[in-house]
Structures are given as structure tokens and as C-alpha cells.
Ligand binder design. Structure first.
Ligand code: GTP
Ligand code: MG
Length: 359
């Protein structure tokens, strides 16, 4: 067995960013057929109550979750049925709504060819009531008229609704870390945030996306670390590009290039190429570039590399050494600076978009 496949398999057991599930709302309870039987009343009237309403299926985005892994084990979700009505005009109890908790950043997609987007739950506490529970059936009391004083009519409850849907998680972060494997992305994440990502001196140490939070100058930044990209990732090479979706919604990309590598300029180009072939606007995202492992290269060489990279990218290139905590402050300043601008642009984009309407 290919060891990298094995490791990927292990990873997917703990992290899952898409799942297909079946949901059904509760059916309404049946209406009752009942007549009053009272000792001193000659003809007891109809008193069958209505059935209760079935439970709705509701999705709610909650904090503290960052994988859809639970949906690998449970794929069927059914809200409770309404209870039947009963005598003495008692309406049946409504079935409880089923609230399905999902991580912030979860999208709900229809199981059609287009994978139509049904909802995008991007803030904590955001809810979507996807399926309505069936209405309870009418009890016979409600059929009483002046001409029919003892109706036996009643309704069974309305059926619930059901559907298969896809859940897709796209983590929400301010900054997405990209670079070749071994560029020092996880080392950087660990040094500036509360994260404790695995670091290794070999490629593909990181097998699943991870978030970290950094507080800098009164601002909170969420940084997403994803597995390294290699040439051909868009066609599935290495771990492929399947995790790039997690940087799709970041305000900007922090592109780390290993200053001590053979050809840093080419390393930068390869990753740019993969961002380009992935699409989804990644190539057009604001990019902050930093040469990592600056401590491993002599000053002259470093300056030369930085200059070449600045020329190729047309952007300022930061120099950092995460283990020595060098160059980190100015880099974080730049991230915050660029993010302020990027957010303003994103707000403009978002207001230009058509509002989402359910189904
Ligand atoms: N000397 C030095 N070593 C570094 C620096 N940053 C990272 N490293 C080392 O480089 C190796 C790779 O670091 P990681 O942080 O795992 O790299 P990565 O980009 O997350 O790699 P993948 O997860 O495989 O994509 C590790 O051995 C780190 O200790 C640095 O600034 N200076
Ligand atoms: Mg890593």
C-alpha cells in the first residue's frame, strides 16, 4: 500500500469536509374521532382533537466544530412526528424540531447535477429551517356543522418532507497559508497562533486543514494552514487541491517560500500556477509573500533571492524565521493592513451579489 495514501486515509478519518445526508421532517399526527359521553348529556358531541404538527428539520452553525466527521457515522436524520389528537378536543403534541449542528462555514447543497447552493451558514448561531414538519390532521370535532352533528370525518396528518442533501465545509479564516510542502507553513502557524500543528522535516506533514487564531494590535486573525501544494496538484498530484476550498473564503493568502530551497523563485511560480488552475478566484486574491527559513541562508544570498522574487511578483517580500521569531511583527502588520483593505473590497463584492433565497 502506498504510504501516502495510507496517511491520507487516516487523516480523512478525523477530518471530513463533505458528506451526503438524508433528512426528513416529522409527519403531522392524525386527528382523533371521539364523542363526548357524559352521564347527564343525552347526545355527546364530537370532541376529537387535531393532530400535532411534525417537527421541522433545522440546521444551525455552531462554534467549536471544524469537521463534518460526525456525518460519516450518522447519515439519516428524522424529526419527530406529531402526536395524534384525542378526545375532549385535545390537540396532539407537536413533534420536536430536529436541530442539526454543523460547523461555521458549512454549505448546504441540493443533490442535483448542479449541486445547487441551498444555504451558506457563515456565522455562529445562523439557522436554516430546511424542511417543515407536516401539519396535524383535523379531528372530527372540527367537522361539526348544523347539518352534521356527529361527523366521523377526520384527517390523517400531513406527511413530512424528505430529501438528500450535501454538506460541504469551507473553513472560514482571514488568512490562508499556501506554499510548497515543507515551506514552513505549520511552523509559522504554531509560532504566531494558539495552534499546535504537526511539523516535520519531510513533505506532506500536514494532511488536513487546521485553524489558528492570532491576536495582533487589537485585531484577531484566523489563519488556515493547509497541506502543501506541488506541481500538478490541480490534477491530483500529492494531496491534490482538495483542501484549497478551505482558503477560498479567506481575505488574503500568505504565500510562504522556503528561502533555503534550491530554487525559491520556481517554488513561488509552481504554487501560483496551481492557484491559477484551481480557479474559484484564488489567483486573484491579495497575496502577501514571505521567504521563510531566512536563518538558513546567508544575508547576501537572501537579499538576492528576495530581490528576484520582488521583481517577479511585483510585491514586497518579507523575510522571516519563525523559530527565531524574526521578521514576524512586520509580517503580521502587513497581514492586518492588507486585510483591512481586502475586507472592504469583499464587502463591496458581497453587496453586489444577489441575496440568497431558500429553495
Ligand atoms: N531553520 C528553520 N527551519 C524551519 C523554519 N520554518 C520551518 N522550519 C523547518 O522546516 C521543516 C518543515 O516545516 P513545516 O512547518 O512542517 O512545513 P510545512 O510547510 O507545514 O510542510 P507541509 O505540512 O508538509 O506542507 C521542519 O523541519 C521545520 O522545523 C525556519 O524558519 N527556520
Ligand atoms: Mg504543514
Amino acid at each position: 500500500m502506498d504510504p501516502s495514501n495510507h496517511r491520507l486515509g487516516e487523516t480523512l478519518m478525523h477530518f471530513l469536509d463533505q458528506a451526503k445526508i438524508f433528512v426528513r421532517s416529522g409527519a403531522g399526527g392524525p386527528g382523533a374521532v371521539s364523542f363526548r359521553r357524559e352521564k347527564f348529556v343525552e347526545f355527546g358531541g364530537p370532541d376529537g382533537g387535531d393532530g400535532g404538527k411534525g417537527g421541522d428539520v433545522i440546521f444551525e452553525a455552531v462554534s467549536g466544530l471544524n469537521t463534518l466527521i460526525d456525518f460519516r457515522y450518522t447519515q439519516h436524520f428524522r424529526a419527530a412526528r406529531g402526536k395524534g389528537g384525542s378526545g375532549s378536543n385535545r390537540t396532539g403534541a407537536g413533534g420536536d424540531d430536529l436541530v442539526i449542528k454543523v460547523p461555521v462555514g458549512t454549505q448546504l447543497l441540493a443533490d442535483d447535477d448542479e449541486r445547487t447552493l441551498l444555504a451558506d451558514l457563515t456565522t455562529v448561531g445562523q439557522r436554516l429551517s430546511l424542511l417543515k414538519g407536516g401539519l396535524g390532521g383535523r379531528g372530527n370535532a372540527s367537522y361539526k356543522t348544523s347539518t352534521n352533528r356527529a361527523p366521523r370525518q377526520h384527517q390523517t396528518g400531513e406527511d413530512g418532507e424528505e430529501m438528500w442533501i450535501w454538506l460541504r465545509l469551507k473553513l472560514l479564516a482571514d488568512v490562508g497559508l499556501v506554499g510548497l510542502p515543507n515551506a514552513g507553513k505549520s511552523t509559522f502557524l504554531n509560532s504566531v497562533t494558539n495552534a499546535s500543528a504537526k511539523v516535520g522535516e519531510y513533505p506532506f506533514t500536514t494532511l488536513r486543514p487546521q485553524l489558528g487564531v492570532v491576536r495582533h494590535k487589537g485585531r484577531e486573525l484566523v489563519i488556515a494552514d493547509i497541506p502543501g501544494l506541488i506541481e500538478g496538484a490541480a490534477e491530483g498530484a500529492g494531496i491534490g487541491d482538495r483542501f484549497l476550498g478551505h482558503v477560498e473564503r479567506t481575505g488574503l493568502l500568505l504565500h510562504l517560500v522556503d528561502a533555503s530551497s534550491q530554487d525559491p523563485l520556481e517554488a513561488w511560480r509552481v504554487v501560483r500556477g496551481e492557484l491559477d488552475s484551481y480557479g474559484a478566484g484564488l489567483a486573484g486574491k491579495p497575496e502577501v509573500i514571505a521567504l521563510s527559513k531566512a536563518d538558513l541562508v546567508d544575508a547576501k544570498q537572501l537579499a538576492k533571492t528576495a530581490k528576484a522574487l520582488e521583481k517577479a511578483s511585483g510585491a514586497k517580500v518579507f523575510l522571516i524565521s519563525a523559530p527565531l521569531d524574526e521578521g514576524i511583527e512586520p509580517l503580521l502588520d502587513a497581514l492586518i493592513g492588507r486585510l483591512g483593505k481586502a475586507t472592504a473590497e469583499a464587502v463591496e463584492d458581497a453587496t453586489a451579489e444577489r441575496p440568497w433565497s431558500p429553495l
